[in-house]
Design a binder for this molecule. Sequence first.
Ligand code: HEC
Length: 204
Amino acid sequence: MSGRQSSRDKRVQFSILCGSVLVAALFLASCQAAQPTAEVSPQEMERAKNALQPFKEQLVDALTGALQEGDPESAISVCREKAPQIAAELSVDGIRMGRTSHRLRNPDNAPEPWVEPLLAAYLEDPENPQPRAVRLDESTIGYVEPIYAMSFCLSCHGPSIEPDLLETIRSLYPEDQATDFRMHDVRGLFWVTLPSDTGTETDT
Ligand code: HEC
């Protein structure tokens, strides 16, 4: 009986959680103005930002699907399967993207070397959410946006994760380091690399 009750509660909780994820993702997407960094031009910053946008949006759509099913396992599978799948699908025409963190759940998401100093910069100055960019070589730029932990992320990344959810997470990610985050902590970042002066078709 209490099992039924708690699984219903969990569904409700997850619907709220996923709804909040959507709202927050949209909010973050709209309020982060791209700013030029060092040698990367404002136009390149804008292109990078636009390249990342569908990743965020499709992640939102995938989460909407999970929300309709209302099942924690399916929310996990969005994070586990959909996120990398979407990133892979959008990584075409010389563009590559993904999510990473200093405390990883999935070791496959480990930061590339160029990302490490940018991630470190956000960790040193967590109050500054501005996108950052670097020129990787004469034809490629790398661009990042920080991801902050919010209350609803904590159900899967916080200090007190529901035991059966934690068990599922631990069984899928035996090396999980992505727990014990607090509100407003830098959870990681979105990154994208793209050609520096071609591939402007998507930007008008
Ligand atoms: C339903 C549980 C769940 C929720 C809620 C959740 N995550 Fe995750 N998160 C995961 C799983 C599982 C992975 C591993 C995905 C993979 O295998 O690539 C992950 C991976 C990540 C990663 C990639 C880096 C890494 O550690 O592998 C980031 C960044 C991240 N989550 C941020 C967040 C943020 C920010 C929120 C809140 C907006 C959030 N997550 C909410 C389960 C969740």
